[in-house]
Design a protein around this ligand. Structure first.
Ligand code: ADP
Ligand code: MG
Ligand code: MG
Length: 902
């Protein structure tokens, strides 16, 4: 061999050669089959073709050199081990061909069982099974069915129809009533179906069956559904799938055989104890396909005590080994137990917390690992109210849980009707085939949204999540008829006005009103449930893990709160300060009139009067908040929105004036107001006169607010309390803006605080891209930065926040331009880069500069990890998100070697 010949790549691994950490190479299923083999568990022998082979095949369009020979070699050694040969007419070796990517993925080719059977070996199989013809022909018809469907894309219904046909002719619903002759006839029918659709006979050569099946698994990586799923779940497109070739074991050999699936704990609640289903005399896929009724796994104890005990032992062993909930697939062949699959099992949010807590108790994992195994999205889910479900309520349909929560209401089919009924105080559920931007008002008015089409990134799903509204999408059992104002589901007809209930977490749809119960996790956070003294395992576990997260985290967590009541709740939820106190609401309600006076003021005198009237009101607001926060930092943002938001809408005002003029009334005041509104009208108010610009244009406005803040702090301190105000100037783009505001503010503060000991910090928001890029200069005039990532995203992308989510984000998500709305989770590459630059340059100019973030992102799990990594001091988010941010800040701080949590 020439010296430069590359060493041939190893594409095939015997089960004994792999292990559970080789998921990238062997896929999840292959890696875990190898792990079980090496644990000495009874796994039918086999081998795995690597993801590398798949990738090579997908790039070049043909199997890589050496693959065929390696498969041959592994097949031969398998044949030697089993003492049987593939295709041997007297004693055939049969195998299954199973896909298995790193992450399990719907849309991928599944499994072909019984590969190796043909017209001759079916007889040999029967003889080997002691003359069990029925079994042999049943296995053969399954091969043609699965091979036809998954390898050659023959429509599966055709096979099902043929099976139904024979059952009907026999007058039975049970496939066990079919005898060998029936099944032989079925094989003929299947072969005809196969030939009709593929233009060729069913391949009789076993090695060809095997090669075609392997190739089909490779190809399925690029099936449309698989591509879509990867895009949505952000699974990289270039991982490829492995292929497992496994010696067949038979659960369909008679009543002493069978097949089942099991979990080592209840994946719904986390409760200890095995949990599973068993089906006697059946082959693998029957359990999931639901063709016959399974029995609870516990009943296996009566049927086959030896296998049952062995199974329980293995399950305990697997838990011990994986240190986590495992799910398994197994088959019993004539009293002999075989393990066909295991993996760390999926679980509900509640089970994730409960199990993590149990595993700590059992000494299998430590608290860091427990914290690693739960996440903020799960915690957020547990904080929504839930339906109180007992057996009275059976779902009539199941769609995609697109936006969590529980909602009941009267069904409406149009946006207009939703708005109408909601205005009468009714709860409504807007039902559509799919929604579009015209439905926006209806969606806002509705309690929940239910669609019969579309997935997690459909318009309905995206917009509902943005609004925090319950949504079930893609409930495709629903026949929605908008013109007739009804939908049908199964035998039910639901008309406009009928009540339905939808669960945005599970995707389930119920007829009638299902009672809602509050989340026990929220009760715990509210202090209504004592975690040390409850038998609620979930609450105990949440408490333990939260306590650990708090101890572990470096990021502080503050809240966005504008009122004393919000501040109080957020403190109960663990907030360590207020990161954003908006002052604009303090100008609404009865105070509008004062603001109008301010805006209309024709001279210095009038303006000063208006401001003087506002001052005590603002001061009282701040006193309440400072008292509530009791010495924790409170960041108050000076007034931010465009002033015209405080004035009546132009059209309405114009009409009022015209009508009043008609009647000959005195309209001088209204006319002045109208003129002011016209004067202030802006085409792009979000980029107009707002934030610091207002402060620079309207004399005395910021001064009044600064004075109110300082006086409130002094009042609280003089009263024996504590106050830590931080004044935040919004929308700064240049240091000169901040310097101007700062000079005046410092003068006022010095005058007000005197010797009270009150300290007031002055800082700015970083929300205009220019501010991020000139952060070094701005830091000279700021004691802190707070990243306003909503505006930074809006201006960074040039997305008008109020318009884009409903208008086109669904399309961007569908195309994979982004995987999640950048308003939901920070765009680390672009907007995040602005944050990083500003943090670095700000700190370089002023060491110790306090850095935080306020805005939706502060409570988003992925964003919290990013802010931790960038080195911010705190995040601030809405009160309900505070626990999520605490948990994720803790998770960001720990390093663990733990498993991939996807
Ligand atoms: P999925 O990922 O859809 O579960 P699997 O590859 O696990 O697909 O296989 C589908 C069914 O076939 C499972 O119930 C499995 O237990 C069964 N099965 C797979 N390989 C074999 C085999 N070699 N012998 C018996 N049953 C098998
Ligand atoms: Mg499986
Ligand atoms: Mg802003």
């Amino acid at each position: 061999m020439a010296a430069h010949d590359p060493v041939e790549q190893k594409y095939v691994y015997d089960f004994a050669e792999g292990n559970k950490d080789l998921k990238d190479l062997l896929g999840g299923k292959g890696a875990n089959l190898a792990e079980m083999t090496n644990l000495g568990l009874p796994v039918p022998p086999g081998f795995t073709i690597t993801t590398e082979a798949c990738k090579a095949y997908l790039t070049t369009g043909r199997e890589p050199d050496g693959l065929a020979a390696q498969i041959e070699a592994h097949l031969e050694s398998l044949e030697r081990e089993m003492g049987r040969r593939l295709g041997d007419p007297d004693d055939p070796l049969l195998v299954s061909v199973r896909s298995g990517a790193k992450f399990s993925m719907p849309g991928m080719m599944e499994t072909v069982l019984n590969v190796g059977l043909n017209d001759r070996s079916v007889v040999g199989l029967s003889n080997q099974a002691g003359g069990n013809d029925r079994f042999a022909w049943d296995s053969y018809r399954r091969l043609i069915q699965m091979f036809g469907k998954t390898v050659c894309e023959v429509p599966g219904e055709e096979f099902e129809h043929a099976l139904d046909e024979i059952k009907r002719a026999k007058g039975t619903h049970n496939d066990l009533d079919l005898d060998a002759d029936d099944l032989r006839g079925l094989v003929d029918a299947y072969k005809q179906i196969f030939a009709k659709h593929t233009g060729r006979e069913f391949p009789q050569e076993p090695r060809e069956q095997l090669d075609l099946a392997i190739r089909a698994v490779f190809d399925s990586w690029n099936a449309e559904r698989a591509i879509l799923y990867r895009r949505q779940e952000r699974i990289p497109a270039d991982l490829g799938t492995a292929v497992n070739v496994v010696t067949m074991v038979f659960g369909n050999l008679g009543p002493d055989s069978g097949t089942g699936v099991a979990f080592t704990r209840d994946p719904g609640s986390g409760a200890q104890g095995i949990y599973g289903d068993y089906l006697a005399n059946a082959q693998g896929e029957d359990v999931v396909a639901g063709i016959r009724n399974t029995v609870p796994l516990q009943e296996l104890e009566q049927l086959d005590k030896t296998s049952y005990d062995q199974l329980l032992g293995i399950m305990a062993r697997l838990e011990e080994h994986y240190k986590d909930l495992c799910d398994i697939e197994f088959t019993i062949e004539r009293g002999k137990l075989w393990m066909l699959q295991t993996r760390v099992g999926k679980r509900t949010a509640a089970a994730a917390f409960v199990i993590a807590g149990q595993l700590v108790d059992e000494g299998l994992i430590d608290l860091d690992e427990a914290l690693h195994r739960v996440n903020g999205a799960q915690l957020a889910q547990l904080m929504f109210p839930r339906f109180q479900l007992d057996h009275e309520f059976e779902p009539v349909a199941k769609g995609i849980g697109a936006s969590p929560g529980a909602a009941s209401g009267k069904v409406v089919f149009t946006s207009a009707r939703a708005v109408e009924l909601a205005a009468d105080g009714e709860s409504v559920i807007l039902v559509r085939r799919e929604t579009n931007p015209d439905d926006l008002n209806g969606m806002i008015a509705a309690k929940g949204i239910l669609t019969s089409r579309g997935g997690k990134t459909s318009h309905a799903a995206v917009v509902a999540r943005g609004m925090g509204k319950t949504c079930v999408s893609g409930a495709d059992e629903l026949e929605v008829n908008v013109p007739a104002k009804k939908f049908t589901v199964g035998d039910h007809v639901v008309n406009e006005g009928d009540v339905v209930s939808i669960d945005g977490t599970t995707g389930k749809v119920y007829l009638g009103e299902v009672p809602v119960m509050p989340s026990e996790v929220v009760q715990y956070f509210e202090g209504e449930l004592d975690p040390e003294n409850t038998d609620d395992a979930l609450v105990r576990s949440v408490h333990r893990i939260m306590t650990h997260a708090d101890a572990a985290r470096r990021l502080r967590v503050r809240t966005n709160a504008d009122t004393g009541a919000d501040a109080a709740r957020a403190r109960r939820f663990g907030a360590e300060g207020i990161g954003l106190c908006r002052t604009e609401h303090m100008f609404l309600g009865d105070r509008r009139e004062l603001v109008e006076r301010l805006i209309l003021a024709s001279g210095e005198r009038e303006r000063e009067d208006a401001l003087a009237a506002l001052l005590p009101l603002q001061r009282a607001d701040f006193i309440e908040i400072f008292r509530e926060m009791d010495g924790l930092p409170v960041t108050v943002r000076l007034i931010d929105p465009p002033l015209h938001e405080f004035l009546p809408p132009l059209e309405q005002l114009a009409v009022n004036v015209a009508v009043a003029q008609e009647r000959g009334e005195d309209v001088a005041k209204e006319e002045a107001l109208l003129a002011a509104v016209r004067r202030m009208h802006e085409e792009n108010p979000m980029l107009g006169l707002r934030g610091v610009r207002l402060g620079l244009v309207i004399p005395g406005l910021f001064a009044m607010q600064v004075r109110a803040i300082a006086e409130a702090a002094v009042a609280v301190v003089r009263d024996g309390g504590k106050a830590c105000p931080e004044i935040m100037v919004p929308l700064v783009g240049a240091v000169q803006e901040l310097e101007t505001v700062r000079a005046e503010a410092e003068r006022i503060i010095a005058e007000v605080v005197g010797d009270s000991g009150v300290e007031v910090l002055i800082g700015t928001m970083i929300e205009v891209p220019r501010a991020a890029l000139t952060a070094g200069q701005i830091a000279e005039a700021a004691e802190f930065f707070s990243f306003g990532t909503n505006d930074l995203t809006q201006m960074g992308w040039g997305f008008s926040r109020d318009d884009v989510e409903g208008a086109f984000f669904w399309r961007y998500l569908e195309l994979g331009i982004f995987g999640i709305s950048p308003f939901e989770s920070i765009d680390t590459d672009g907007v995040g880069r602005l944050v990083r630059i500003a943090a670095e340059e700000g700190r370089a100019a002023r060491p110790g500069l306090k850095l935080g973030v306020c805005g939706e992102h502060g409570g988003d799990p992925d964003s919290v990890h990013f802010f931790h990594e960038v080195g911010l001091d705190y995040v601030s988010c809405s009160p309900f998100r505070v626990p999520v941010a605490r948990l994720e800040a803790g998770r960001a701080s720990i390093t663990t070697t733990g498993s991939d949590s996807r």
